[in-house]
Design a protein around this ligand. Sequence first.
Ligand SMILES: Cc1cc2nc3c(=O)[nH]c(=O)nc-3n(C[C@H](O)[C@H](O)[C@H](O)COP(=O)(O)OP(=O)(O)OC[C@H]3O[C@@H](n4cnc5c(N)ncnc54)[C@H](O)[C@@H]3O)c2cc1C
Length: 402
Amino acid sequence: MRQRIAVAGGGPAGLTFARVMHRHGHPVTVLERDPGPDARPPGGTLDLHERMGQLALDKAGLLAEFQALSRPEGEAMRILDTDGTVLRDWQPRPGARAHPEIDRGQLRDLLLGALDVQWGRGVTEVEPGTPEGVLVRFADGRRETFDLVVGADGAWSRVRTAVSSATPHYTGVTLVETSLDDVDTRHPGLARLIGDGSMAVYGVNRGLVAQRNSGGHVKVYAQFRAPLDWHTNPDRHLGLNRHADLNAGPDADLDPGLDAGLDLADVEAVRSSLLALFDGWADPVLDLLRHGAAFVHRPLHVLPAPHTWTHVPGVTLLGDAAHLMPPLGVGANLAMLEGAELAESLAAASGHGDLDEAVRAFEEQMWPRAGRWAEMTMAGLERLVSPDPAEALALFDEVQPS
Ligand SMILES: Cc1cc2nc3c(=O)[nH]c(=O)nc-3n(C[C@H](O)[C@H](O)[C@H](O)COP(=O)(O)OP(=O)(O)OC[C@H]3O[C@@H](n4cnc5c(N)ncnc54)[C@H](O)[C@@H]3O)c2cc1C
């Protein structure tokens, strides 16, 4: 293949695409905005499904290495009531490999392998249809042209504007993430509470989820329904009211613990706000917040679903750039599967086929599947963070293996 192909973004989508292309002998220029692989914390743990993320790794020739690194025991899932009672405790069957967990950093390093990533190359704009090809402009002022530019640059994609005017919108649900280190020795009680995998507690319009990563590291996600500006605006935080009930009016029982002007960088102020929000929940559960280190604010945004566009020769999208959806265990899996599928289609087209036809066929396959997942995960989010906590439990009963 003599075409000049670039992928913007070195996340699960972009790296899987580049790795599968590399396996088929086709070089790809990987353009990543971060200055280096360890420029920021890699994030939490991902469960890779057999027919999605794991299939993609198989196509990249990396399945055996993944199996050596991943944690099948991490499939364990426990649900507690707000008073600490264990409501459900699913344990993986011996030998189960349906969706083992892997740390994002481990997955990134596995995919990186010998790939030659161009770090510190933030794309600002992509202009298809110039006489030299698809023009890419970079944050440092440089420009380069390619025959195909694949946008795998995540939620706030810069490549996306070349094919679509869609932008992400806020779901009404926010996550605040914190983490604990060395949990088995420093917090053995919490380690037992969390178990080998994940633990979740759901209340009215809010939940607390703890996920074990490798090496005794635990990520904790406080999730709640609130306006995007919940930390700045005192009048609009009904969703945060710890006593909120379904029939309460907008001014009912506002929570004094959540004042205006909360500084999200102030660890202790965020901690007290969250403790006020989850006030009344069992002490061991609240210890997840009491012992958490820094807090990271992650309001959840999504793209409209299904998100499709009129095909533009020379540009396409993968992963979150194409179909940002709520984080219900699918986004990275789809991103990787798409990366592998696009690479295989291009490799198959090389030599005899039409590169653009291969991209067009890939898009036709991606859109309906991603649209279905986006709708399912949006409906799932509505049930997980809902006025009726029984909905969250019912959702897990539907999706967990019996
Ligand atoms: C809290 C949380 C938990 C999740 N858990 C799971 C899970 O268990 N399972 C699952 O399948 N999914 C999960 N997801 C979703 C998953 O993280 C995403 O769907 C997945 O990371 C998408 O991969 P991507 O490669 O498309 O985008 P990203 O992972 O966002 O990668 C995009 C890359 O592009 C780079 N980039 C951005 N802008 C530019 C630019 N202008 N130029 C060049 N490079 C750029 C970024 O630095 C980044 O490296 C979770 C998400 C969240 C928030």
